[in-house]
Design a binder for this molecule. Structure first.
Ligand SMILES: [Mn+2]
Length: 376
């Protein structure tokens, strides 16, 4: 996918490239012609074409109708958007008489165990256990480094594959790639697919889709929650989604070790760049000291983000392999550029990276780069 270099506001624009290769690539342009700001000229190079229509799901509908036993995957360290999209599409494809299977390529966080306590639907990916599949649908990521061992397997596999995602950073996965960076969640795209397939929305599908949309907008707090988000969620509640139950399960069921880990993160909050950057960090030894697990760090980024006057929030997490995981959030600065600088990626306001190097070294490098990004 190429982005349009001529546009000063290009972050809001996504271009479609008609690939010269036989592989079809479709990307939705996220604005109507009338919405192009005055003074901006759209010039197209001869090989690029701007699609001004909503994302055309027909290639994916054909793809799914052709496959009988699709494998539904999401990124490693699966979140509620990926899982909710997987589960909703699992039900929709089952309703069409298909035999879909849902798998994940890394551990299911304890906080999501409520989704499938007996692990009936969400399987752990092992190549030998999925030889019966005839296609792969990847949800909520389009990059190899988010696929873990599954990605290594997929690179060697000849199975037809498709990506459905809303992240800016994309690799060529070698198949259909349907990306809408204007969507607040992959859950929205899963909802569009279910509609395009002509499958009636069940209560359970609606519930899982609501979870996807609500969590990817930080329960409607982040600026990616638009009127369209509320429209969609209204529809999902009408179809049977239960926000009260979901909120309790997702946000009001913290274990004591998790809260103790949160206390450590709060105690270590620091400011830099004249108060515009806030960060905290978690060392491996903090898990044993509190009895917590790495998954318990998931929401820690909200604390540096909540400090008054902070533009960029960072959390540094020491990894067992000696590297450091970094979460980036911002109010307006493009932290996806920052993450990409360190081999990661994500959204403009929310990104992540796994960086080789000791926590203290990584911290100083990232803090320096953050200050440069802010021009301070
Ligand atoms: Mn997502």
């Amino acid at each position: 996918m190429k982005e349009f270099a001529d546009l000063s506001v290009r972050k809001q624009y996504t271009l479609c490239e008609k690939s010269d290769k036989a592989k079809l690539k479709v990307v939705r342009a996220i604005f109507p012609v009338s919405a192009v700001p005055k003074g901006i000229t759209i010039s197209l190079s001869c090989r690029m074409e701007l699609f001004l229509m909503p994302l055309d799901w027909s290639p994916l509908v054909d793809f799914l109708r052709r496959s009988e036993r699709p494998l539904l995957m999401t990124h490693i360290r699966p979140d509620a958007d990926g899982l909710g999209s997987q589960l909703a599409l699992h039900d929709a494809l089952t309703a069409l008489g298909k035999k879909p299977r849902v798998a994940i390529a890394s551990k299911l966080l304890p906080r999501y165990e409520f989704l499938d306590p007996k692990r009936t639907f969400i399987e752990d990916f092992r190549p030998s256990a999925f030889t019966d599949r005839d296609s792969v649908l990847i949800l909520d990521t389009g990059t190899w480094n988010q696929l873990g061992d599954f990605g290594d397997w997929l690179k060697k596999s000849s199975l037809p594959r498709a990506v459905v995602d809303h992240h800016r950073t994309q690799d060529d996965i070698g198949g259909l790639q349907l990306v809408d960076t204007s969507a607040e969640s992959t859950g929205r795209l899963a909802h569009e697919i279910i509609r395009a397939l002509g499958v009636p929305l069940t209560e359970r599908m609606a519930h899982h889709l609501f979870m996807a949309v609500a969590t990817d907008t930080g329960w409607f707090r982040h600026p990616n929650a638009t009127h369209a988000t509320f429209d969609l969620c209204g529809e999902l509640v009408e179809a049977g989604a239960n926000p009260t139950v979901l909120y309790e399960q997702l946000y009001e069921s913290a274990t004591l070790p998790r809260l103790k880990l949160t206390a450590i993160a709060l105690q270590r909050l620091e400011l830099r760049a004249g108060g515009k950057v806030a960060y905290t960090e978690i060392a491996l030894s903090d898990y044993s000291a509190t009895g917590s697990v790495p998954g318990d760090t998931e929401d820690l980024i909200n604390f540096p983000r909540a400090v008054e006057g902070v533009e960029i929030a960072l959390v540094f997490i020491e990894q067992p392999d000696g590297g450091t995981k970094v979460s980036f959030r911002s109010r307006s600065a493009d932290v996806s550029k920052l993450a990409e600088q360190f081999g990661g990626g994500g959204h403009k306001l929310a990104s992540g990276a796994r960086i080789q190097g000791k926590l203290a070294d990584v911290r100083e490098k990232v803090l320096a780069a953050s200050a440069v990004l802010l021009g301070s």
